[in-house]
Design a protein around this ligand. Structure first.
Ligand SMILES: *[C@@H]1O[C@H](CO)[C@@H](O)[C@H](O)[C@H]1NC(C)=O
Ligand SMILES: *[C@@H]1O[C@H](CO)[C@@H](O)[C@H](O)[C@H]1NC(C)=O
Ligand SMILES: *[C@@H]1O[C@H](CO)[C@@H](O)[C@H](O)[C@H]1NC(C)=O
Ligand SMILES: *[C@@H]1O[C@H](CO)[C@@H](O)[C@H](O)[C@H]1NC(C)=O
Ligand SMILES: *[C@@H]1O[C@H](CO)[C@@H](O)[C@H](O)[C@H]1NC(C)=O
Ligand SMILES: CC(=O)N[C@H]1CO[C@H](CO)[C@@H](O)[C@@H]1O
Length: 386
């Protein structure tokens, strides 16, 4: 689940990048030092209280804990909790049965590659057979061969984990703030961060704004005609019909796509973030969403594929950008009593989006492909190349 760090390492291996890395003394590194610390909220959320028994929640947490901790042995332990027909994906790599997913987890976090990381689950939502932990994580000492990254902090993520009647995982989808992670990848990182920053163009001075405008109108970012389409799920989910009025639900749904008159949907002090940058009031949000919504991938056709609502006004949607299931993202939205959105965080498929970019696309694509190849190979990622 934390493949992005590996990319950092792999990119570090790229010619002439050595100077950006802190080389370590390979012979002094202990390869058995994988250390994971994690924490969960002290209080069980209302939705998890209602939908999961105490034992089920404990088990769900345990699975979530040991699976990211995978390594060679934990991957086995973890796969004991998988259904035979489990499907796992993080949007790039896919495992379609238990043995494939076990291999993925084994390769993802082999002890050769990571020294230490910490993960904090700060919110949990449950509905029927679905467990949704929101988390942040840090890592230090991501290694590849003799190279090691700088620490990476506060990377946001969310997982959707589904259990069958035997309480085995049969469907697992991870989402990450990919931009935040890729910020740390040499070459790609700074370019990507710059592009993303352009969406938040109020952060820049006038020159930068102009440059962003030119950039934003580049091919992948081709400006669209106004308006976008929103495709809704066939049915309102149980939790959304229980906790949201239709007005509130409509506001949330409009809030997560490129609706016209977007400003009316957000309260004055709203915050919008993509996990890397944030827009902190209505005018900044408007500017950001205007940029976003005028781009080809972000703007065109958002198909909302799944929705969850909670008692406290939280709306969580999964959606296919441009109606394409391979561009899947998540929005976490809070709606107030007046049906105004006052917080929104997106987990966008940035790797996919920026693979279409003229400047960074092909390198990014090669890295992702190399990464997928090694994760799915019996030989693991030691031989990664791109
Ligand atoms: C690297 O490890 C070797 C063997 O343990 C040791 O002699 C050497 O001083 C180390 N070098 C550095 C830079 O730590
Ligand atoms: C898992 O799927 C792969 C590819 O479809 C297949 O080759 C393999 O035999 C499957 N393994 C099991 C245990 O079903
Ligand atoms: C990650 O690092 C930040 C900054 O040092 C710290 O505030 C936070 O508690 C850390 N998170 C975890 C999960 O350790
Ligand atoms: C929004 O925030 C920015 C930066 O904090 C500030 O300059 C601007 O005046 C604010 N706009 C409104 C409408 O509050
Ligand atoms: C949006 O996506 C839906 C679902 O794939 C499709 O039926 C609809 O025609 C699309 N609309 C546009 C304008 O592409
Ligand atoms: C299976 C189960 O217990 N489902 C419940 C989950 O929580 C919602 C919201 O309270 C209930 O409506 C479901 O019955």
């Amino acid at each position: 689940m934390i493949r992005h760090f590996f990319l950092t390492l792999f990119a570090l291996l790229g010619a002439s990048l050595l100077n950006t890395a802190h080389a370590t003394n390979a012979s002094s590194v202990s390869y058995n030092a994988l250390a994971l610390t994690s924490s969960f909220p002290d209080e069980v959320s209302p939705s998890c209280k209602e939908n999961f028994s105490k034992e089920q929640l404990e088990k769900a947490r345990e699975i979530f804990l040991i699976c990211p901790d995978a390594g060679v042995n934990a991957a086995k332990e973890c796969s004991a909790h998988f259904a035979d027909d489990i499907v796992y994906t993080d949007g790039s790599v896919v495992g379609r049965n238990r043995s494939e997913v076990e291999l993925l987890f084994k390769n993802l976090l082999s002890e050769d590659l990571v020294e230490e990381w910490s993960l904090e689950v700060y919110r949990e939502v449950c509905e029927d057979d679905l467990y949704v932990p929101f988390f942040m994580y840090n890592t230090t000492g991501w290694k590849f061969g003799e190279l090691k990254t700088d620490p990476i902090e506060n990377v946001p993520g969310v997982s959707f984990i589904k259990f069958n009647a035997d309480f085995k995982v049969y469907d697992w989808r991870d989402f990450f703030g990919e931009g935040k992670l890729y910020e740390h990848v040499p070459l790609i990182g700074s370019l990507l961060a710059e592009k993303k920053r352009c969406l938040f163009s109020f952060l820049g001075d006038e020159n930068e704004k102009q440059r962003c405008k030119d950039e934003v109108t580049q091919p992948i970012m081709a400006v669209l005609a106004d308006g976008s389409e929103k495709t809704l799920p066939n049915e309102v989910s149980p939790s959304c019909s229980k906790y949201f009025t239709s007005e509130k639900l409509e506001a949330a749904r409009d809030g997560v796509h490129c609706a016209e008159n977007r400003q009316r949907l957000y309260s004055e002090e709203s915050v919008y973030t993509d996990g890397l940058y944030s827009a902190n009031n209505i005018s900044e949000i408007d500017e950001t969403l205007n940029n976003m919504c005028s781009t080809y991938i972000y703007g065109r056709n958002w198909t909302i594929s799944a929705e969850l609502c909670t008692k406290d006004g939280t709306y969580i949607s999964r959606q296919f950008l441009n109606a394409d299931p391979s561009f899947e993202g998540v929005s976490f939205v809070r709606v107030d009593e007046n049906s105004k959105v006052f917080y929104r965080q997106d987990y966008l498929p940035e790797l996919k989006i920026y693979e279409r970019d003229a400047q960074i696309g092909s390198l990014l694509g090669r890295i992702v492909k190399g990464y997928v190849d090694c994760l799915t190979s019996d030989g693991g990622c030691e031989t990664f190349s791109f």
